[in-house]
Structures are given as structure tokens and as C-alpha cells.
Design a protein around this ligand. Structure first.
Ligand code: LLP
Length: 417
């Protein structure tokens, strides 16, 4: 992660010392690097060179308006999964003609909003959803462009919670059923089938499962074309893994080169929907050590960030590197880094060699730009963290730290109480 490095004032993000940010606005705080976002996006762009393609950014990874604006300005499309994400994407300035909408449970209101914006594609996940789309589009005199999301039934070899393309998963349509469904769409009046979509999971660190799935789905594109369908888009999903620890991960170029023949064979425009690859290593979470504590033989560093700020360790046992903001290579301490939340599963790092930080010291949880703030909650009535964007030697708060008043926003105590 070249954009976070040790230099003057300790750990820095581009031209700014992280300590300066926390002195000014406190902690916990997420800090994102503009340069890192741009670099990751451009790497993906270059990997696809020679292919007609569009890199969409998976808004769920990090939906902050400034992150979205950065990617929209670079020319990215957006992959959304809710009306809320559509709203964010439009506010941030994405071209609706570059927006694709996935998700197994699109509601009527969400479908209407997306039809209203004339988005590029609905990634349809079931026969019922198709029927609903046909009905709603007909009622409002609109046309819906759709991709069928197929389930290629491949094990991506990642955490079970983030695997989506296996036979028993709730996502997508089995490939053989997709052919039947396609024939049905041929008879619909307001739905145009112009794409095939797949996504088999997230944080995939091997090329083989991608390649196997893409070959299967590409076969479907070709079969549909043979049957006379005008399939113009092949969406290969997201899921490219990043290095959190010591994983050997393929570069975007290695990934795309490995599947290029299958992609080319389809003759379709290639879409992808990367979230983690673009945002993951572009962010860190700054947190301060509030207490040091010993319980028997075990040591704890108690931080001011908890599972409500960063859920990944508690939910997936995910590993995020912990660095001292003050200095590189400080002495280490075998300990758990835990948060203040009243759950024994509230930890940020467990049984690890951590920086031997004193009370008041600032730590950085690395690789938290994706699925960090976007999964944060107010559990334990904890106001959510601030977010900051750094660009060169400038930085700005891009989301204010929440206040107590935000915690009760919208709550009403009725007169009968
Ligand atoms: N497209 C679809 C249809 C998806 O479901 C996802 C992620 C993506 C694209 C983007 O995947 P990415 O490129 O970011 O791997 N909260 C979990 C990750 C959940 C991913 C859900 N779907 C985590 O923190 O690891």
C-alpha cells in the first residue's frame, strides 16, 4: 500500500500525517487515499485494454459520496443493490447509463426509481422478479433492459458468508433454467434481454474459480446468441481479492489475461463490478488506545473503535494489519485489540503481535477502505466514525462524526406514553 507509509510525523497517507488528522478531528476516523482509489481503478481499466468494457464500482464496498464522486469522475460505472445506493450514485454524479442494479429482493419502489433514471441494466435474479419488472415497466410505459444473473455453481474458495455462486446459494438462476427463462422473456413486451451476469463471491484469491465460472457463463452468452437473443453485455461480477496479510493475489492483468479468450469469444461488452479491489487498500481506520488491561495471562488493548465501526473481524474473523501511527517497528505485545462494545465478539484483532501501544496512542487498522464504514452501525448507541479524504497534501472531512442527537433522529415518543 504505497499511499500509506512511514515518514515525517509517523504513518502518513499521501502528503498528510495521520496523527495530524486525528489531532484535529479525533478518533475513530476512517481515512481514504484519493491516489490509492485512482490507482486501483486505473489498474483495472488497463487490465481490460483491448476489450470493449466498463468497470463498475460496487457501491456497497464504500458508498461515501466523495469516494463515489472520485470514481464517477474517473469514468467508472456503478453497481448498486438498493434504492439507497441508486440515490447515492445519482447524487455523486454517476451517469445512469453506466449503472447496473443487482440484488435478489428489488422492491417495486426501487424498480420504479431505477426505471425512472433509465439505468443501463437490471441484473435479474428470478422468474418472479422478471414478471414484476415486465408488469411495472408496462404500467409506466418504460422499457427495462435486463441481464440474467446466472449461478454457475462454482466454489470460489472464500469465506462461506461471502460465497454467492454455488448451487445452494440464494443468488442467481441455474444456467439450464436461464435458457428456459430467456425464451419466456422473448414473449415479454417491456423487457429486453441484452445481458448475462454472474458473480461468485468476494475476496477470491485464486484465478481458477473465476475462470471456471466465466467459461460456463460465457457458454450461456454464446448459446443465447445462437438462439437469436441480442446479448450485448457480459457482466463478470466483482470479487477480485486483495492482500490483507500475506495472501498471494492475482493482479487485475493476470486475472483478465487468464479469462480473455472466454471474454473475447462472447463478442459482448464486458462489465465488471469491483468493490474491494478499488476501495479496500485505499482506507485505514484510526483508533486510539483507551486502556491497557491484563486478565490473568492475557493482555488487551482497548480501543475507541469497536465492532460497530469495523465489523469484519467479528463477522468473518477477518485479519486487518494493525500499525502504530507514531512509529514503524515499535516493540510488540501479544494481545487482543478489542472495542468498547458489550459483546465478547467485539474485537478488531485477536491473539496477535500488536504494536506495544500506550494508553492514548493512535493505531491504524489497514485495508479497511472496503466494507468498513459501509457496514458500520450504531449498536450500543455509538455515533458512527468520521470519514476523511486525503488528496496530495490536502485533506477534508467527507462525513462528519455523528453526534448523540443523530442517534435519536426520527425517534418519536407518542403522547400515550
Ligand atoms: N457484485 C455483486 C453482485 C456482489 O454481491 C458484490 C459483493 C460485488 C459485486 C462486489 O464484490 P467485491 O469486488 O467487493 O468483492 N462484507 C463482505 C463482502 C460482501 C460482498 C458482497 N457482495 C466483506 O466485508 O468481506
Amino acid at each position: 500500500m504505497d499511499d500509506f507509509y512511514y515518514g515525517e510525523g509517523g504513518l502518513r497517507c499521501e502528503g498528510v500525517a495521520l496523527a495530524e488528522i486525528s489531532e484535529s478531528i479525533g478518533s475513530p476516523t476512517y481515512v481514504y487515499s484519493f491516489a490509492a482509489l485512482e490507482r486501483a481503478y486505473r489498474e483495472l481499466e488497463e487490465a481490460f485494454s483491448g476489450l470493449d468494457h466498463l468497470v463498475c464500482y460496487a457501491v456497497k464496498a464504500n458508498g461515501n459520496l466523495s469516494v463515489l464522486r472520485t470514481l464517477a469522475s474517473l469514468g467508472a460505472g456503478a453497481d448498486i443493490v438498493s434504492g439507497g445506493e441508486l440515490y447515492r450514485a445519482m447524487k455523486a454524479g454517476f451517469d445512469p447509463k453506466k449503472v447496473v442494479f443487482a440484488g435478489v429482493g428489488k422492491t417495486e419502489a426501487e424498480i420504479m426509481a431505477a426505471l425512472g433514471e433509465r439505468i443501463l441494466l437490471f441484473n435479474v435474479e428470478s422468474a418472479s422478479e422478471l414478471e414484476r419488472l415486465e408488469e411495472i415497466a408496462g404500467r409506466f410505459g418504460k422499457r427495462a433492459r435486463v441481464s440474467l444473473r446466472v449461478n454457475p455453481d462454482v466454489d470460489p474458495g472464500t469465506h462461506a458468508h461471502i460465497s454467492t455462486g454455488q448451487g445452494e446459494s440464494k443468488f442467481g438462476i441455474p444456467i439450464d433454467e436461464a435458457l428456459v427463462l430467456a425464451e419466456k422473456i422473448g414473449r415479454y413486451r417491456c423487457v429486453d434481454l441484452i445481458g448475462v451476469h454472474q458473480h461468485i463471491g468476494s475476496q477470491i484469491t485464486k484465478i481458477a474459480p473465476h475462470a471456471e465460472a466465466i467459461e460456463k457463463s460465457a457458454g450461456l452468452v454464446e448459446e443465447l446468441k445462437r438462439r437469436g437473443f441480442d446479448i450485448r453485455y457480459f457482466n463478470i461480477g466483482g470479487g477480485l481479492g486483495i492482500r490483507y496479510r500475506d495472501e498471494e493475489v492475482p493482479s487485475p492483468k493476470e486475472y483478465i489475461d487468464a479469462i480473455r479468450p472466454s471474454l473475447e469469444a462472447t463478442g459482448a461488452k464486458i462489465l465488471c463490478e469491483m468493490g474491494r479491489y478499488i476501495a479496500g487498500n485505499a482506507g485505514v481506520l484510526l483508533t486510539r488506545v483507551v486502556y491497557r488491561k491484563k486478565s490473568g495471562a492475557k493482555s488487551f488493548l482497548v480501543a475507541d473503535a469497536g465492532m460497530n465501526d469495523l465489523l469484519r473481524p467479528s463477522l468473518y474473523d477477518a485479519h486487518h494489519e494493525v500499525r502504530s501511527v507514531k512509529e514503524n517497528g515499535s516493540s510488540s505485545l501479544k494481545a487482543d485489540l478489542v472495542g468498547p462494545v458489550c459483546e465478547s465478539g467485539d474485537y478488531l484483532a485477536r491473539d496477535r503481535e500488536l504494536p506495544d501501544a500506550a494508553e492514548g496512542d493512535l493505531l491504524a487498522l489497514m485495508g479497511t477502505g472496503a466494507y468498513g464504514f459501509s457496514m458500520a452501525s450504531n449498536y450500543n448507541s455509538r455515533p458512527r466514525a468520521a470519514e476523511v479524504m486525503v488528496k496530495g497534501d490536502r485533506w477534508a472531512v467527507i462525513r462528519e462524526r455523528e453526534h448523540n442527537a443523530d442517534l435519536i433522529k426520527g425517534e418519536v415518543v407518542p403522547a400515550f406514553l
